[in-house]
Design a protein. Structure first.
Length: 380
């Protein structure tokens, strides 16, 4: 079974993806789980007859309320798991984002092949734009490295990726895990990744060279909610014991990155700068006192003079440490400050690394995650 969670997507793109999935001989059913019965849902529903295929089922449904966090993509994915386990007899569920323009049945093929081996979970990864994935790198991968440096978690290429396949047994475990089902928001991808590691599920990461082209963000402010929710799940699970010493884990090796991807910029820098420099509150200023003086001074002075040299990968470690200890998701000033600190890191990366060539940039990000791992292993 193939599931596409969706909220408000381009119907043409989504319908083409449904059609593509149905065309794979092994796919018996496509499930679309919508956020609500909105225009997108109704448009898809009205046009389904155009993509139907004999002997195969298409099922559209609205997500149910499973978690206690903001109702979001997590409720959508968990609704799909429940439907898959309790209303079908298929043995694998594939998840793909509905907005992917480059989706093809070869992805399904590639993943299915690995599940014939001993793997229980297959995740897909894609060539990356050097200024994209800034939550993945600076929040999720750094957080996985900080909290679980001795496991496979820091090695996972795209832990927030919505493209993955699970065997039935894994889906059954997830829906019986109240901790996982609680993440109804953007925290879900991290929650699944942590759960798989906790279950020691054999994992394969499959590389898709064509890349995942999908709708892009305009301003980084679009990412505010996602940023906060992705950090909160890391913080809340800090004490979770995970041991993957004997877990089977492998990934495809990456060949040359297409030059079209090497040259892309993921967001509008000019529009982003004011998110860091204007509208500071007294309370945010106060909270800066928790941070080492270099960071406190740097953040304070960047309001007048945009010098972000202070927020390199190693300074980010110091920031992360304080955030894990002090961040309070119920305080707006903390959420706003988290956002600003992250913007400072993203702009540091963009100004001082991304300007020096693709390979150098990507290596600096890998090195940052490596630094988190090494430092935590050293400090025990
Ligand atoms: N069911 C459901 N799907 C969602 C929700 N929010 C986002 N999605 C879908 O999840 C997928 C990934 O979301 P997207 O906005 O593309 O995130 P990005 O790829 O990280 O930029 C898309 O197919 C969205 O339509 C939600 O609240 N409920
Ligand atoms: Mg997308």
């Amino acid at each position: 079974m193939v599931c596409f969670p969706f909220k408000a997507e381009n119907a043409q793109v989504f319908l083409k993806n449904i059609k593509e999935a149905l065309a794979h001989p092994r796919v018996g059913e496509v499930l679309g789980v919508g956020y609500e019965k909105n225009n997108c849902f109704e448009e898809i529903e009205a046009k389904l007859s155009g993509v139907e295929r004999k002997g195969k089922k298409i099922h559209l449904m609205v997500q149910k309320r499973w978690g206690k966090k903001r109702p979001g993509k997590g409720d959508g994915m968990n609704t799909a798991l429940d439907y898959f386990v309790n209303h079908t007899s298929f043995d694998r569920i594939h998840f793909y984002d509905a907005d992917i323009v480059t989706f093809s049945r070869q992805w399904i093929e590639k993943g299915e092949k690995r599940l014939e081996e001993d793997y229980q979970v297959v995740r897909f990864f894609f060539p990356k734009v050097s200024t994209d994935g800034m939550i993945t790198w600076n929040i999720t991968r750094c957080g996985l490295a900080y909290n679980w440096p001795h496991t496979i978690l820091p090695l996972i290429e795209q832990p927030l990726g919505g493209e993955l396949i699970l065997k039935r047994e894994m889906a059954e475990r997830l829906i019986k895990d109240p901790w996982v089902m609680n993440y109804s928001d953007w925290g879900i991808d991290t929650a699944y990744a942590l759960a798989f590691a906790k279950y020691q599920a054999p994992l394969y990461e499959a590389y898709i060279q064509e890349g995942k082209l999908h709708k892009l963000y305009g301003r980084l402010s679009d990412l505010y909610t996602m940023l906060v929710e992705c950090f909160v799940v890391i913080k809340e699970s800090s004490a979770m014991p995970i041991n993957t010493e004997s877990t089977l884990y492998k990934k495809d090796t990456v060949e040359k990155i297409p030059s079209s991807i090497q040259e892309k910029t993921a967001f509008d820098v000019k529009e982003t700068i004011p998110l860091l420099t204007v509208n500071w509150t007294e309370e945010e200023m106060e909270l800066l006192n928790f941070f080492p003086s270099k960071i406190k001074e740097g953040m304070r002075s960047c309001r007048n003079n945009l010098d972000l040299h202070f927020m390199g990968p190693q300074a980010w470690y110091e920031v992360y440490e304080v955030l894990l200890e002090k961040f309070d998701q119920n305080k707006k000033a903390w959420r706003d400050l988290l956002f600003r600190l992250w913007i400072a890191r993203v702009l540091n990366h963009t100004f001082y690394y991304a300007s020096k060539g693709y390979e150098y940039t990507m290596k600096s990000l890998e090195d940052m995650v490596g630094y988190f791992v090494q430092r935590r292993l050293k400090e025990g």
